[in-house]
Design a protein around this ligand. Sequence first.
Ligand SMILES: Nc1ncnc2c1ncn2[C@@H]1O[C@H](COP(=O)(O)OP(=O)(O)OP(=O)(O)O)[C@@H](O)[C@H]1O
Ligand SMILES: [Mg+2]
Length: 325
Amino acid sequence: MYINVQNLTKHFKIKVRDKGLVNAIKAFVKPKYRTIKAVDNISFGIEKGEILGFIGPNGAGKSTTIKMLCGIMQPDSGTCVVGNINPFKNRKEYVANIGVVFGQKSQLWWDIPVIESFELLKAIYKIPEEKYEKTKQQLITKLNLQDLLDVPVRQLSLGQRMRCELAAALLHDPDILFLDEPTIGLDAVSKVQLREFIKELNKEKKTTIILTTHDMTDIEELASRVVVIGKGKLLYDGSLNKIKSKFQSTKKLEIIFKNLKAAPKIESKIIEKDNKKVLIEVDTKKESISSIIEKYSRVCQIEDVNIHENNIDNIILEMYKEYEL
Ligand SMILES: Nc1ncnc2c1ncn2[C@@H]1O[C@H](COP(=O)(O)OP(=O)(O)OP(=O)(O)O)[C@@H](O)[C@H]1O
Ligand SMILES: [Mg+2]
């Protein structure tokens, strides 16, 4: 296992204050605290070269986990080992090996042109001149940054900035890339381009990628495996397909036919019907699609069959509902 996370836990103590002036004064004299378990005893592993989708609703603890894996935040308990490195103890060695993009927060210097941020990163990471030039040129071409290099970061659009953030995170050619909501706020075209870039990076350089996102298309396109957390706890670790089959119990089946003699007896609910077609909501745990088609085939001539599956957003919603998130 390349990245090994064991029993990782992080609590936050937050000040609580009741309403009203008197309570405000009381809180000032003797503050009251409440502890929230942002990350609660989670364990998982990641293989080298894998793209892991890390998902869960708002406030689940995703960013907190990523911060601990990056070594930015110290866990209260539990361990995280990357390669053979401990991110907190061997911080210097570790940062040379990782790249980080937080979609919500820029990692670049706000007031200076993009290219100067790149130069600063070159100095910080002590990237050799030749290697820097080569990687920089590759990233400029792949991410189409040519016209953005002289622009101060604050003047960039969100999509332009995200491309620069990615380049900045990859200038020192890290083995691991942490992406916390890299597609947030991007238009459809930019999202597609960014996904293509990530796919290619993973394929060509075998970069290990940990991706959090609320866009389930990102996950479908990029991640073979997902880890789902909610209220700080790990809820699921496995393939996206398994989630689909577990939480996608109902499918819509449309059968288009000719010469229906008499409707066959089925258990599933018929939503619509006329003399040419029927639309059925099938609970696949109770009745199989194939058995319904077989029953219809005995009493009519089937011309076409369409199966409509629930989209992945709805499946994830069902999953969150089941876990009461
Ligand atoms: N620095 C902090 N101080 C206090 N509480 C915090 C801090 N950072 C996060 N939290 C709390 O920890 C919990 C987990 O937050 P986190 O940012 O990890 O969630 P998330 O899964 O990334 O959510 P989102 O999808 O909204 O980005 C939340 O309840 C949040 O309010
Ligand atoms: Mg977050």
